[in-house]
Unconditional design. Structure first.
Length: 234
């Protein structure tokens, strides 16, 4: 396979004579050193309805801000990915590489590999413009990072709804498996229909049922799609 390399309370100390003066020890209206003060119920702080509403509003605002940040990240990443797909597609077309079939590319130790029958021409394009390979690596990494975040969010939801320690352990096991799979797929993307599909994000779609409604083994089906490119260059 051809490769293209890219570059508390603590007590008070005793008196000097080692004892509390008798008159102080017997005084009924003075607490001895280290004694806990009696809590005055009247001094207990209760949040007013207004304060509770303000706290609730802030929590809602924080959640909304996080959601907006995620959407902004997704929108920025999509725009960057689409621009790169257009640029790479134009370079491939110029070299006579047809774009009517998906072209899978994988980054492995700084080297781009492909299972495309046009790999020699693809190698030529990438050698002439090494920045293409660098941009591929950046976008693939960002997409994999987003997939990892989605996997973590799913784990937190499963852990919250778990009814026992066993179910929590099972959720963690599934999360660990997903993260290992995402890491394996992180450097793989497919150019198709003028856009890039991230193998890591595609995997998360399958595992959440967005792409695959039912399957005896969704993980196996998700990974099967990338068998060829994952084996390329080995």
């Amino acid at each position: 396979m051809s490769r293209i390399t890219t570059n508390r309370g603590s007590s008070l100390p005793p008196s000097p004579r080692g004892a509390i003066p008798p008159q102080r020890a017997a005084a009924p209206d003075r607490p001895t050193a280290g004694a806990k003060a009696t809590v005055d119920p009247a001094a207990t702080v209760h949040l007013s309805d207004k304060a509770k509403a303000a706290a609730s509003a802030k929590l809602y605002a924080d959640r909304e801000a996080a959601a907006i940040a995620a959407r902004s990240f997704d929108e920025h990443l999509k725009a960057r990915s689409d621009a790169f797909a257009s640029k790479l597609g134009a370079a491939f077309k110029k070299e006579g590489i047809p774009l009517d079939e998906p072209i899978a590319l994988r980054l492995e130790s700084g080297t781009l590999v492909t299972d495309s029958p046009y790999r020699k021409k693809i190698e030529k394009v990438l050698k002439e413009d090494p920045e293409l390979a660098k941009e591929f690596e950046t976008i693939a990494s960002l997409k994999a990072m987003r997939a990892a975040q989605q996997s973590l969010e799913r784990y937190n939801e499963e852990k919250k709804s778990a009814r026992s320690q066993e179910e929590q352990d099972q959720s963690y096991g599934r999360y660990t498996t997903r993260m290992l799979d995402i890491q394996r797929l992180s450097g793989t993307m497919v150019l198709e229909d003028g856009a890039f599909t991230s193998a890591a994000q595609d995997y998360m779609d399958w595992m959440s049922g967005a792409t695959l409604s039912a399957s005896a083994d969704p993980r196996r089906e998700a990974l099967k799609r990338y068998d060829s490119i994952l084996a390329a260059g080995r």
